[in-house]
Design a binder for this molecule. Sequence first.
Ligand code: HEM
Length: 964
Amino acid sequence: MSRIPRGLLLVLVLLTGCNRTSPELVKSELASLQACEEMARDGLRPIAASREDRFLGKVQLPTAVCRGGNGAAQFRKTPWVDWTNYWGAGDASSKAPDFVKQAGHLGPTQRGVDGALLDLEYERIELIKFNLFDNNGTYKDYVSGRGGVGGPALKTWKEMRLPPANPDYARVGGSGDQVCKGELIRHRNVNGICNDLFNPLMGSTGQLFARNVTFDTTFPDQGRTALTKNRHGDRLGLMKPDPQVISRKLFTRQQADPGKCNNGYGLPGFSKDADCDYKKAPFFNVLAAFWIQFMTHDWFSHLDEGHNQAEYMPVGCASQKVNGVEKPLTPEDAKKLGCRPGDQIDKAYVADNTDPKQFSKDGKTYSERAPKTFRNNVTAWWDASQIYGYDDRSRIRVKRDPKDPAKLLLPAISGRTVAGDQQGYLPTLAASDPMNPEWAGQEATAFPDNFTIGISFYHNVFAREHNAFVDEFRKQAARTPDADAGLRNPAQPARVIRYRDVTPDELFEAARLVVAAEIAKIHTIEWTPQLLYGEPLYLGMNANWNGLLGDHAPEVSEALRQIVSRSFGTSRDVKKATQWYSVFASGPGIFGLGSRVYADDPVLALIDPNKKDIWDLSNPQHVNGGVNHFGSPFNFPEEFITVYRLHALVPDLLEYRDLATPNEIKNKIPVVETFQAKATDAMRSRGLSNWALTMGRQRLGLLALQNSPMFLQNLKIPRLNSATQQIDVAALDLIRDRERGVPRFNEFRRQYGLRQLTSFDDFVDQHVPANSPENASQKQLVAALREVYGQHLCDSSKVITDAQRNEDGSPINDCLGHPNGSMVDNIEDVDTVVGWQAESTRPHGFAISETQFVVFILNASRRLYSDRFFTSSFRPEFYTQLGLDWVINNGPGPAQIEKGTPNGHSQPVSPLKRVLLRTMPELTAELNTVVNAFDPWARDRGEYYSLDWKPRSGAEADDAFRKR
Ligand code: HEM
């Protein structure tokens, strides 16, 4: 990075002497090294002082050349981030030539990968600095500071106190200082209170969603500011442009033989002759699609018990642009498009739509919150609340085993006989359970909405896992009843709790902590590295979990140290410096941060067996000491929900297989035929492990335009009070985002520190050869975008944003660099969900787009940083010693190590693979060759992050590899 030594030239000369090398390669590497020296002379860029100066993922020419040669240099002018073109960031062909491999971190491949990591860390730091906007009333303090402490360094807020009406108000201190203690801090409370001891309300059920964009850029259709008016004119509205028309023109999957798909409903008898075409991701399986839906049910829900407001509204299919002019749709037009004017939906709940108060700071006026706010009706914590509940009502649906109340109830199902079946299946909801009538007959889970076979699958798997932990604990208790279980009661911190003393309730709650942490670990180091399948993100995500920099990338580590000391080391605001220092927790890892306390280093301590750990359960500063909210109480922002509208991942038909003949697709079962109670029938009649195999081998849908499931565009929802009782979920995705005031795509990107687009043509991937079929299909989508969103004559006197400036420092205006008065694309109006699906330029192996990715970088880190059970309370006192070891080693006993070195890394057997093997031992042969449970199980992973769709040895006969 900054220290590429001149001596490297000598290293290169030496290397060339002993390897087969072409003169061109040597020349090109010499040119790169010169660029590295030039980059080093310029030094590291400082962290941006203001939003307008922030890092946009674009680097200077010498930096690009140093890290990726001419290949990286040639894409600098595109709006897309540069790191993706660095050496080593793609598949084997992106690696540097053999002859410089030995140069290690100084060689081109590592320069590329290290450079990518550094770019990503800059992005994360600046996202934390510029993109936190809390809606609860704390924003004023964030901007102005309080009591001499800068806003971003604040750690407690009065808005996060329990209100007097809360049943636990007195227990946390009532009207005095509120500090959670005793029983309230032992485990994850069902409603999410007291995760942070000093901010009891934070993250609990019913709190307000936050924002990641400035409040005045939300609700662009209201034209509240001159900038928004200039940006969109009068072109936007809740139904403008028409959401169902957008869905049909831009989201519908093109079918070679529509009769065989039947709108996603397949053929009678689940015939395998059914076929619904979809764009597939070769490196990501259907298990991954349902995994993320399962996660979102834990993190957020705008709906309450599957409902919105009582009031209904139409949902479009009313007008379209014809030659740039909006015209009403005739019934024939609607029929041709396939949309339904009779559809209606219940309006979204709103928490507060009164005009927000304003305040001033340093001559600038700010809003205290967004013009409308909305509630998160589940806990925001990563606490497995979809399984265990998020309030008293949902807890009733969680069934405990009366024979051992530490366990979940999993009765055996008659006729199911393979090994894992002995662990049982979830019972169905009882008639007395609180529920939406349409959930009747489906399995009893805390979060029952939008239930299908995929959701049923994960609920059953993790219920079995919960019980597996309890069984192991009971075995240990039988072996060593008098041994210390590690658990402690904060009310009596000194009392040792022996295995024999642990009550069923205590064990149940410890098992919940373990399952929630396993889920977080699977998501962080197994799901995400497969979603973003390349070396930089493999290292980056492992960094979040295990700590990275020391081992894998010393150059990055050193560079980060320099940024810290330069940017913050001299800060006189000590608290602020500490806060920023925490950003670099990627050194020791976020997980377990603060779970050891040494006298000389209270927070960022790496585990050091020779040092005395003074962490103390009776000290709230230790129990809570590892969390960092960066001055803004934790909850998900509305923008996070937008980028998780991942309906395109779901195929219409599941390629059903069974373990007896895994290579054979026996049936094509429509996902919609497993909706609600039908999921439970499908689960019980076909068995958990056959569904594991089915979803493990099938590829999921790419997040791309014209790739939304047909069945979701035509979903029948009997609870709807409308003529059709049907809804187009893809159109609803747009409507909900508009109801919640999510900025449109281009401003969304600017707000998050990404480059804007200047026309729809920017969506065409410059890496793809011109005149190739792929290029032609991308151009066809550009034409469709232009048809739907239109164009206008631009006016360069209209400034449209204050989030960024043009490269020459001038304000960005309505013409986006085009001549004044010319016809420009309405790129500013594109709905964000449309925009990120239109991004065909993506980093190698990215199943999501870079716009979605920046939102993840910020919020995925924050939900770890803010949760004490993942940081300073990741301790045996809460998890039990067995529980802690279980999370660290991915199950009982020591860590198991995977055969070989997948993608060049020695790694433990992955956490989900271990869970699947425990809960379904009959999968042993099938999983033998699987390294990541989310990579299609019969795919050959190749050498280095290959995306090829080729069968692994033994699966050559798999139907999915046949050419059609
Ligand atoms: C496969 C079956 C699925 C069905 C039947 C389904 C159905 C729905 C419906 C009806 C809504 C609209 C709720 C409303 O605003 O009124 C919705 C929202 C949503 N869906 Fe899905 N969905 C499915 C899969 C997925 C998947 C795989 C994901 C991936 C993450 C996902 C993510 C979301 C998100 C983020 C929302 C917004 C939730 C909120 O506003 O709180 N869904 N889904």
